[in-house]
Design a binder for this molecule. Structure first.
Ligand code: SF4
Length: 312
């Protein structure tokens, strides 16, 4: 077995994920191990969550599991207003690690509810980010509609002259553009972003994976199964001519995938740490990789300011 490896230059953890992980680490330094609670997985990556658990973070799925007065961190995906309210009732010390890109969408959603607009959220029902965005709407919940397909647009019945839409940040850019086109065709006066709310990190990683998929037989994407942006990378790679696999680490790689191929692409979702990419590359080098070539343009990843509670 011998093959070349093509590694996407634009890959791996984004500014929002780096900020959320640093927030938990700094909170652990400030308040101590086993004194910091995190609501939901802080980012959707198995290794990140396991590392933080080892350092003493306590992950919970419900605020009822947090003793009154303790420190609670909200994950990068954001939460609804009811969660803030409940945390305040319990006198928890809130540290909000919601990605600032998501917070920007929350502000617009909140404004739409004050203006009693019908709100359409294009995203995956039940995903943590979508739940948080929907939870920013303080009016009649019947005025909020979560959709994902063209058929969902067909079934919508809203006031097109007093309506607003937002999207999940980690959707497929191309598929979302189609849904928005249908939405605008049906409701020309609906307000919303010029294009969509997919963040720059999502866009550049999808652009890079398209390029990678076109030159690779197989593409391996470091990312967890519950990571939305990693799943979208897999779909984009599959749609652009490669057979793509989502792997948490090299332990998930089946060597049968690499037999009879000459070009293996590697990338990582926005929540997958770089040490996992390195570990995958080492595995490939031990199992037939002859050379490693980086492809695409270098991503200049910006950083977001930390929450004030954990700033040095
Ligand atoms: S993928 Fe985008 S929205 Fe999500 S945490 Fe990263 S920068 Fe923020």
């Amino acid at each position: 077995m011998s093959f070349s490896v093509y590694l996407a230059k634009s890959r791996g953890t984004c500014a929002g994920v780096n900020r959320a992980i640093a927030t938990v680490e700094l909170a652990l330094e400030k308040y101590g191990a086993h004194k910091v609670y995190v609501l939901h997985e802080v980012v959707h990556n198995k290794h990140v969550v396991e590392d933080l658990k080892l350092k003493g973070a306590i992950f919970v799925e419900d605020l009822d599991a947090v003793p009154n007065g303790c420190v609670i961190i909200f994950s990068a995906h954001g939460v609804g207003q009811d969660t803030f309210f409940k945390a305040e009732q319990k006198q928890l010390q809130i540290i909000d690690a919601t990605c600032p890109v998501v917070t920007g969408i929350h502000i617009k959603m909140n404004r739409a509810s004050k203006e009693q607009k019908d709100a359409v959220v294009i995203g995956h029902k039940g995903h943590q980010e979508v739940l948080g965005t929907v939870g920013q709407y303080l009016g009649d919940p019947k005025k909020v509609h979560v959709i994902i397909t063209k058929e969902d647009v067909d079934a919508l019945a809203i006031d097109g002259n007093n309506s607003f839409f937002a999207t999940q940040t980690t959707l497929s850019v191309d598929e979302t553009a189609q849904v928005i086109k249908e939405l605008r065709a049906k409701y020309p006066n609906i307000q919303g972003p010029k294009e969509d709310d997919t963040c720059r990190a999502t866009q550049v990683r999808q652009d890079a994976i398209k390029q990678l998929a076109k030159i690779s037989d197989v593409v391996l994407i470091a990312g967890s199964k519950n990571s939305s942006n990693s799943n979208r990378l897999k779909e984009v790679a599959d749609a652009n001519g490669a057979k793509a696999y989502l792997v948490d680490d090299s332990g998930d790689i089946d060597l049968k995938w690499l037999s009879d191929v000459s070009k293996v692409g590697v990338s990582a979702g926005a929540s997958a740490p770089e040490y996992i990419v390195k570990e995958i590359i080492e595995f490939l080098q031990k199992n037939g990789a002859t050379d490693i070539v980086e492809v695409g343009s270098d991503l200049k990843e910006k950083s977001f300011p930390l929450p004030k509670e954990v700033r040095p």
